[in-house]
Design a protein around this ligand. Sequence first.
Ligand code: RTP
Ligand code: MG
Length: 137
Amino acid sequence: MSQRTLVILKPDAVRRGLVGEIIGRIERKAGWSVTAMELRTLDRATLEQHYAEHEGRPFYEPLMEFMASGPSVVMLVEGERVIEGIRALAGPTDPIGAPPGSVRGDFGTIVRENLIHASDSEESAERERKIFFPSFA
Ligand code: RTP
Ligand code: MG
């Protein structure tokens, strides 16, 4: 089942020079491909839409500040079961509990600065695609 998902390599991944490493892991998965990609500093309005589900939570404001702190790489990735697949490749939200071999498990220590976002369902993928790549219908 081919799917499309929205991936963000967060500002910590860009600052630490891990973009090539993470994209390499995505590209090496059989049949997956990056179909749109841009280096972009995310503004407040975009982040409010993207993280609307977290508004009011204690981590919301620090998360917004972090996500606007420098350029991110935003991408659309297509391929077989890519929604579940990139969530697995990323690992669980808290990098300390994430298994070695996952992006967060290999490179992260801080919950907020966990390197990568990937859509968590088909509905989220479509919602997020409209926010970041409205012209890629
Ligand atoms: P994402 O949405 O970024 O793909 O990550 P996720 O589903 O694994 O995690 P989610 O619960 O949706 O949280 C979104 C992002 O907020 C930051 N966060 N900080 N307690 C905290 O300080 C905390 N909890 C979450 C992380 O950057 C997380 O990825
Ligand atoms: Mg999430």
